[in-house]
Ligand binder design. Structure first.
Ligand SMILES: Cc1cc2nc3c(=O)[nH]c(=O)nc-3n(C[C@H](O)[C@H](O)[C@H](O)COP(=O)(O)O)c2cc1C
Length: 367
């Protein structure tokens, strides 16, 4: 794969035909600007149209332009018309274009570029920060993001893998927290960013099977589940930690996970999952098994360690004495960090495997 500038290509008509394949309205508008020769009038004379290509195939494109759909404004330059063809999504193609923009902008002495969009959660993945809302040329509100221009070294730091950890225990400083803390320290050593969410004593109701989330893309009950969902979407890995209650994960965690996995409609495949459990004496592997089921129905590869992922104790002090339990946590975090990095490289090289959907066996209606 390589990035080229459309206007420097000798086969512009070929790339124009490729852009014509784009079914997105923005892509069609870009096509009309290019074919009618009004591109530079619309976005400024010094603008570039960058294409991520492999052989003859157009994979992604975006503009690096003086202007976009927020006008008039002193903000410039803008990254616009960002698009990846459906079969190439999930391969961080936009990241490749953004790296190229980094090098152009750096050579121009530009330290930031702006993006006008209605997307949420997409540009954050590429280190962009939300700037605020502005009105576009159609009078509609638009979300503005800032992309800080990075040197290569900084870019790598920005694109650090990230793991979200959820502690189901009502005790935020208890046994499960101690095990998760051991993992967090190891993730830090491995250059993986972490974010820990403690459910604590939050009142989390169970799923009522209304299936409204299929339309809304979020749960009808607007609580911790909906605030965790975008963090999960942005994360490369998820660790779920639970105390053992009557040989199962604790109830509020189960309620949260049922609703989170049912309502969060973004692709979860190849985010790495790991479950850890803490028990005083028994029921650990049964609980571990329940938690792993959330990953294995979501095409999430499961990281493993040198023992089943468990610690023993009634208090945090007990867990600190469980040397093998803590060793298991450190090995788990190291294995998980490796898997996340390896999958990121593999995604660049091979893309994510296709997922077939459509078949839904329901014996009740005879299908
Ligand atoms: C309602 C309840 C049920 C429990 N059931 C079990 C159990 O089945 N097996 C077990 O070994 N410990 C059980 N425990 C103890 C906790 O699982 C154990 O102390 C755990 O390490 C606490 O983790 P935490 O400090 O992160 O909450 C139970 C505790 C509670 C409050």
């Amino acid at each position: 794969m390589k990035v080229i500038n459309f206007f420097e290509s000798e086969v512009r008509q070929h790339w124009l035909d490729e852009i014509a394949r784009c079914e997105w309205g923005g892509g069609k508008f870009l096509y009309s600007l290019l074919s009618e020769g009004t591109f530079f009038d619309a976005v400024g004379e010094r603008s570039k149209l960058l294409l991520l290509v492999e052989g003859d195939e157009l994979i992604s494109f975006c503009t690096y332009a003086e202007k976009d759909d927020i006008q008039p404004t002193k903000l410039t330059p803008w990254i616009g018309f960002v698009y990846t063809y459906p079969k190439h999504r999930g391969k961080r193609c936009v990241g490749r274009l953004f790296e190229h923009i980094d090098s152009i902008a750096e050579s121009e002495g530009v330290d930031k570029a702006y993006i006008s969009t209605n997307h949420r959660g997409l540009y954050e993945k590429y280190g962009c920060e939300y700037f605020g809302e502005l009105t576009d040329i159609h009078g509609e509100p638009s979300r503005i993001y800032v992309k800080n221009i990075n040197t290569k070294k900084e870019f790598n730091a920005m694109s650090k893998p990230k793991v979200l950890l959820i502690n189901g225990s009502p005790r935020s400083n208890g046994c499960t927290a101690t095990a998760l803390e051991e993992m967090i320290n190891t993730f830090r050593e491995e250059g993986v960013e972490t974010e820990l969410i403690n459910i604590g004593t939050a009142d989390i109701r169970g799923c009522i099977a209304c299936n409204k989330c299929f339309e809304l893309g979020r749960c009808v009950f607007d609580d911790l589940v909906n605030s965790i969902a975008p963090l999960f979407e942005q994360a490369d890995g998820l660790v779920i930690g639970s105390p053992v209650y009557y040989s199962s994960p604790n109830g509020s965690l189960i309620s949260l996970l049922d609703r989170l996995f049912h309502s969060a409609r973004f692709p979860k495949h190849f985010k790495v999952g790991a479950a850890i459990v803490s028990c005083r004496r028994g029921g650990n592997t049964a609980s571990f098994d329940v938690l792993n089921k959330y990953f294995s129905i979501s095409s999430m590869p499961i990281a493993s360690s040198t023992y089943w992922n468990q610690v023993h104790g009634f208090t945090a002090e007990d867990v600190k004495k469980d040397a093998e339990g803590l060793q298991t946590m450190r090995n788990l975090a190291r294995n998980m960090a490796f898997m996340i990095k390896a999958f990121a490289d593999a995604k660049e090289k091979y893309g994510l495997p296709a997922i077939e959907r459509g078949a839904f066996t329901s014996f009740g209606d005879g299908k």
